[in-house]
Every structure is written in C-alpha cells, then in structure tokens.
Design a protein around this ligand. Structure first.
Ligand code: BGC
Length: 436
C-alpha cells in the first residue's frame, strides 16, 4: 500500500542484489552478491497472480475508501472511480491468466457490496462472486478467495471499524453469508489481507473515514482482527477440501548490528503477533515488497542513491526469501504461500529483474527447508494503489478510457517461468531470459 508502510530503510547502499537469503537472518544484513543465481521450483509449485476488489473492480461506492476518496478534504491524489472495470470485465482478466498458463488467480470478495447495510445481504452480489469462482474453475484456474482486502463497508467504519467491540461478530456474520459460495470447488481462502496494515492505517476514533497513519498498530484493533480471523477459520472449517489462512505484510525488519532487540520489539506488534496467531492455520500468506532496516532508534532512512520503486521502496528483491524464512520460523513451520510480491515501475524489464531475483531468494529459502506452496505476483493489472494510479505493479496495463487490456512482456516471462519452473540471474542480478 502506498500509505503508512514504514519507510524502507537502508544504511547499506544497494541497487540490485542476488544476496543469498539462505545465509541471511532478520538480524544479519545481507551483503555481497553470492551464488547460486538460479532456482528450480518443484513441478507441483503453484504459480499465479492476484488482484483485490477495490483496486480493480471500480464503483465500490458503499466502502469506507470510496467515502475517503470523495471527501472534500481528501488526502488522496485521485479517486478509484471505475478502476479497471474488472467488476464487469473479469472474464477478460481470467482469459489473460489462463492464456498465460498461470494456475492460480487470487481476488477478493468486497464486503461493502455483499453487505452494504448491516441488515442486508445481497444475494445478487454473492452470485456475482460465485460466477467469478466458476469462471476460474471453467478455465482450469484455481481460485484463491480473499474475504477482506483493506476496505470496509461504510457502516462498519462509521460504527467504529476494527476498534469496536462488535467487530469480530460483525465480520463473522459476513463470513457466514459468504460461506455458501465457498462450499464447492474453492481450495484456498484468505480471511483478512494484511491485518497488520489494517490495524496500523486506521484511527477509528477520528472523524469519519479519515484513515491516518498511526505510529504502531492499534492494539485493540489488532486483537479484534485476530479474533475475527479465528472465527472465520472456524466458520469455514467444515467445508471439504478448503484451506484457510491469512496474508501477512511481511516487512523484513532487518536489524543493524546491535539493534537486534529493538528490531524484535518493533516487529512484534507490527507483524509477529499476527504470524503467531496463525500457528494453527492451513497456510500463512507472505506478502513482501522490500526490506526495512532497523537501527538502535528504529527505522533507518534510505540514502538518496538507493534505487527505489515508484512508491519509494528500496529495490531489494532478496527480502522475499528472508521474509519467508522469518514467517516460517515465527509461524512454527506452517506452510507458506507467497500471496503477493511485486515491483511498481514503468520499466517492465526492471519488474522482471526484480521478480527473478525475488524468486531466486525464494528458491534459496526453500532449499534451506521452508515449505513454500506457491508464488502469486502482485498484481495482474495496474491497479488503484490506494490513492493513485501512478505506481504500476501490473503484468497487464489497460487503457483509462476504453479499458482495453495490454499485456506487458513480464506476463509472458512469468508464464515461461511457471512452465519451466526455472529462474536464472546474471552476476549483475538481471534476469537471464527476459524477453528482448
Ligand atoms: C496490499 C495491496 C497493495 C500492495 C502494494 C499490499 O500491501 O495487499 O493491496 O497494492 O501491497 O502496495
């Protein structure tokens, strides 16, 4: 998300890296490039890509984010508007994923559409999302369904959001309403996306819908999110073949020498308490975009010469392997699914480099014993990056007027990786096999 992610911080200047994550630990900053530069993934490894409702569907008028976008004093650059119109164009999106040969499509059900008022559940909206699930299955794609991705119904936010005592009950009622559409053919469900960011971004006691940066997650909201997650897993537990978990914003807090205890104390409320709560889950989703260096007084600012993405986050793809190892350790060895990883750039070749290097670090983490089930690139489409369309993560661009989809070379590149299971980097950290 563009807002409030702790600044990627680095005292070690690096523009690209192939650093080994198998030797790194969250307390030992990675250093010089090291071998191996290739990764071979198992044949049953799952490859795919992800989106989230508010970021691609358009017209999510009943949500707290829509309200925030349209406040007279909005703090955002632009509203989401029609987004990529995926609410209507999802068949085209699924066709692109299928044509590329990727296997998994992760998307979210929008709570604000399904339950636009506390006392009304829309059957029509549930049918819409069931059609999306069926659309995946008909194309041979595996759907991964997220039940909550950042946005809330306006009524839920107005009544106190995740800080209100009834939050877990209210979420449970929504999950019960969605349960019937998940009862056939859905293997993967993510309850709540990045609960650690949800608990950090919102000051529910402030004026309505004003989401502000908090210095740390709200402990009450954190507790309610954990309770809501456990309730949701319980509600889904009877469904045959369904695996549930939640997806953690895995920030790779990396301690500078001597700052290990500070980094642990910093990371616990921001990440580890949510991983600990997932120790009985079927899988833990890992979402990583960069690293964050922690010094004796907290996050260390990035030096200006460091290469960054369009959001100002350090180009540091090896953080994926490190984040996965951290989640594996704190999560007590629950299987990991990389549910988001990507790079916001206008240079698609650099996106490919970043993804290739991230995958090499992931391969190293797997070689060290971490069970990783799959990798989903964020995002299928350039999407609404929580306040602006400028930071482009997508494998596919689209025309802002006609909505015409325009696949980028990175989509074909990822498709090729998924077919061969192989990724290779040169010594400078560039993908060896990227399209000309
Ligand atoms: C979120 C996405 C977001 C991505 C990039 C993750 O925190 O799940 O919604 O677009 O990061 O900021």
């Amino acid at each position: 998300m563009t807002i409030d992610r702790p600044d990627p911080a680095s005292a070690l200047s690096t523009t690209s890296t192939t650093s080994s994550s198998s030797t790194a630990s969250p307390t030992s900053p990675a250093s010089a490039p090291s071998a191996p530069l290739t990764a071979q993934f198992p044949a049953d490894f799952l490859w795919g890509t992800a989106t989230a409702a508010h970021q691609v569907e358009g017209g999510n008028v009943g949500s707290d984010w829509w309200r925030r976008e349209h406040r007279a004093d909005t703090d955002l650059t632009e509203p989401s508007g029609d987004a990529a119109d995926s609410y209507h164009r999802w068949p085209e999106d699924l066709d692109l994923v299928r044509a590329a040969g990727l296997q998994v499509y992760r998307f979210s059900v929008e709570w604000a559409r399904v339950q636009p008022e506390p006392d009304f559940v829309s059957r029509a909206q549930l049918d819409h999302y069931r059609r999306l699930i069926d659309g995946c299955l008909e194309r041979g794609l595996t759907p991964m369904v997220t039940l909550h991705h950042t946005t809330n119904p306006l009524w839920f936010a107005r009544s106190g959001g995740w800080a209100q005592d009834q939050a877990p009950d209210r979420f449970a009622r929504y999950v019960e309403a969605v349960r019937p559409i998940l009862s056939a053919g859905v293997e993967w469900v993510c309850t709540i996306n990045e609960p650690n960011m949800v608990a950090t971004h919102c000051d529910w006691a402030a004026a309505e819908m004003r989401q502000v940066k908090r210095p740390a997650p709200d402990p009450v909201a954190s507790q309610h999110l954990i309770e809501a997650h456990l309730r949701a897993r319980q509600i889904l537990s009877g469904i045959d073949g369904l695996r549930s978990g939640w997806t953690i914003g895995a920030q790779d807090f990396e301690a500078l020498p001597g700052a290990e205890a500070v980094a642990r104390a910093f990371g616990h409320p921001r990440e580890d308490c949510f991983i600990e709560a997932a120790r009985q889950d079927d899988f833990i989703g890992v979402q990583n975009y960069s690293r964050n260096l922690i010094g004796p007084t907290g996050p260390v600012p990035l030096p200006p010469e460091v290469e960054t993405n369009l959001l100002g986050w350090e180009y540091y793809p090896a953080s994926l392997g490190r984040a996965v190892q951290h989640v594996w350790r704190v999560g007590g060895g629950r299987p990991v699914f990389v549910t988001e990883n990507g790079f916001a750039t206008r240079q698609d070749a650099r996106r490919i480099d970043h993804t290739a290097a991230a995958l090499v670090s992931l391969g190293q983490a797997m070689a060290s014993g971490v069970e990783v089930l799959g990798y989903l690139y964020w995002s299928l489409l350039d999407n609404y990056e929580w306040g602006s369309y400028e930071p482009t993560f997508g494998l596919v661009a689209w025309d802002r007027t006609t909505f015409e989809r325009r696949p980028k070379p990175s989509l074909a590149w990822l498709a090729q990786v998924s077919r061969t299971g192989r990724v290779a980097l040169d010594a400078a950290g560039h993908a060896l096999d990227r399209p000309a």
